[in-house]
Design a protein around this ligand. Structure first.
Ligand code: ARG
Length: 457
């Protein structure tokens, strides 16, 4: 039998079964983590006197050589060796001889694969935190240039009140800040070491789990060996944080698509981030934000996929858990690619200040401000609201905007109106007046920007 576990078997594995059960086609992504975990393990085996120090050193050297060969593309992984763990063990034995067979003393593939996954996700989580930070920087950059760029703010996608474009953009800054914080917090749980849990029950060898945890930079060891080998919560957590990140990216993308439409023309995406149509020569399509919006689907799918794999699994390890990998790799690749595109796309988009300004001068988004005006003159807000409703209706019927009504027209609705109403209704003043904490008033936006600065690395 050519298998590492072939001893108990009298027949070769069916070829289809071999292919169906193998994970090497995708878990080869974990090669470096697998080697890193093995080096820590073998170091500990030597230090604890479980195997001879010379053997431990030989194995360590062998593992480093294999890593070199992998880096140089000189290694072929084989489906017949099922997964990355057994492929590397096989390569090791080929490299240094039977002494390589001592590496697997006191561990199982169950704690080994869990260790690999923890190491992998720790690395990727940190990298994604960095990429989120880059997108935040791009947002800040645009926001700095557009504090006094005014556009309509919407509710129900109906023009509501004018706002500063910087304020609108910065809303996304804070979403991404919470995303970063969630990922940062998840590192606490990713950073538990399953190594040494064995197949499920621990081992008879006098291993030192603390040492391997320290060598691998983990904060603590799983206190329960069964939990250690069957926990995939940290992956679910990652996929869930990734889903929320994609929700945020997708909402922003949707706005970019809308804003760059002919109907809005608020922004123009750089040519480098758009594509043309094969039939309609006039078109410049926002394919990148469209795809970012769409890729959210696969990330949600990967989360639901893993939750479904895990529900109903008895303790401890089950082969089902091998299905934790592809969705995770796909999510990492999707997030990585999306965030890398998003930052430069935001940085390079041009903002059409005039179009935005034109939009706020031709709508009723200053209506609340007339109501507030009457309130400052002593009228209860509810009554003011009623009056303004009538004024808006009157203006619509007479095809005018609020700045276009004469003072006589205003005074038909209330004697409280004076000439100063026209100054108050200027979009710039409408925005500037919203100076309550966290509001869109220019001073508030400046305060927000300098506060945001503290969250950027
Ligand atoms: N390829 C396996 C996985 O990814 C490794 C662990 C296999 N353990 C086992 N007892 N068959 O889950």
């Amino acid at each position: 039998m050519s298998k590492l576990w072939g001893g108990r078997f009298t027949k070769e594995t069916d070829k289809l079964v071999e292919e169906f059960t193998a994970s090497i086609t995708f878990d080869k992504e974990l090669a470096s983590e697998d080697i890193e975990g093995s080096i820590a393990h073998v170091q500990m085996l030597g230090d604890c006197g479980i195997i001879a120090i010379e053997d431990a050193n030989t194995i360590k050297e062998g593992l480093l050589t294999i890593q070199q060969k992998i880096n140089n593309g000189n290694v072929e992984f084989l489906v017949e060796h099922e997964d990355i763990h057994m492929n590397i063990e096989k390569l090791l034995i080929d490299e240094i001889g039977p002494v390589g067979g001592k590496l697997h003393t006191g561990r199982s593939r169950n704690d080994q694969v869990a260790t690999d996954m923890h190491l992998y996700l720790r690395k990727q989580t940190k990298s994604i935190i960095g990429l989120l930070n880059d997108v935040q920087k791009a947002i800040m950059n645009q926001a700095k240039d557009h504090i006094d760029t005014i556009l309509p703010g919407y509710t129900h996608l109906q023009r509501a009140q004018p706002i500063s474009f910087a304020h609108h953009l910065l809303a996304y800054f804070w979403m991404l800040e919470r995303d970063k914080e969630r990922l940062q917090d998840s590192l606490k749980r990713i950073n538990w070491s399953p190594l040494g849990a064995g197949a499920l029950a621990g081992t008879t060898f006098p291993i030192d789990r603390q040492q391997t945890a320290e060598l691998l930079g983990f904060d603590m060891v799983y206190p329960n060996s069964m939990d250690a080998v069957s926990d995939r919560d940290f992956i679910v957590e990652f996929l869930s944080h990734a889903s929320l990140i994609m929700t945020h990216i997708s909402r922003l993308s949707e706005e970019l698509v809308i804003w760059s439409s002919q109907e809005f023309q608020f922004i123009e995406l750089d040519d480098a981030f758009c594509t043309g149509s094969s039939i309609m020569p006039q078109k410049k399509n926002p394919d990148v934000p469209e795809l970012l919006r769409a890729k959210t689907g696969r990330v949600y799918g990967n989360l639901v996929g893993l939750l479904t794999v895990l529900k109903g699994l008895p303790l401890a390890y089950n082969k089902d858990m091998q299905e934790d990998k592809e969705g995770m790799f796909d999510t990492v690749a999707t997030l990585d690619g999306s965030l890398r595109l998003l930052a430069p796309m935001i940085l390079t988009m041009t903002v059409n200040k005039d179009k935005m300004h034109q939009a706020v001068s031709q709508d009723f988004s200053n209506a609340t401000d007339i109501a507030d005006y009457l309130v400052t003159k002593g009228l209860p807000f509810r009554q003011a609201h009623e009056i303004i409703g009538k004024i808006v209706l009157y203006a619509i019927n007479n095809q005018k905007f609020l700045l276009g009504l004469t003072i006589e027209e205003y005074q038909q609705f209330s004697p409280l109106f004076k000439e100063d109403i026209y100054e108050i209704l200027q979009p710039k003043n409408v925005v500037g007046a919203r100076n309550s904490q966290g509001g869109t008033g220019f001073q508030q936006v400046k305060n927000q920007l300098s506060f945001a600065e503290q969250f950027i690395d």
